[in-house]
Design a binder for this molecule. Sequence first.
Ligand code: NI
Length: 171
Amino acid sequence: MAIRNLRYSNDEILRKRSREIEVIDDKIKELAKDMMETMHKYDGVGLAGPQVGILKRIIVIDLYEEGTQFILINPVIVKTKGEQVCEEGCLSFPNQFGKVVRPKEIEVVALDIDGNKIRVKGKDLLAQALAHEIDHLDGKLFVDFVEPGTLETVTPENKETKKEEKNNRKK
Ligand code: NI
């Protein structure tokens, strides 16, 4: 396993649409493990292929609670319900946080790492994380639709308090 280099803010790769994964080979399995390790290293709760420079439809999520760790391949949102206003950040924008509107509940169909079709139902933070990561696969970034006036840049001076406020939820 290895830590992959993250791609940041103005990197054009973050704007591109990722391709479907047709075969889950050893390379994809290694990528999935590396993405999980990279996400953990940076205290993220989610990470998508383009964020490590790979334009493939794969996301990893870990909310650090039992049953909340996922590797999802070719994820598709099949249902959403309600809305929630979320405090959001992104591992590709390490100093920025803002409020975004996300579905309150979400249902996703995907393949797991063994190629089995799975259905993941999430609400609250899991719904937010799923929506955020799947957006990445279509080149969509939270900074584009952040609620006006809520995007904050965390400077070294206010970093600690901001970190606590935002509960360090980076995706
Ligand atoms: Ni992100």
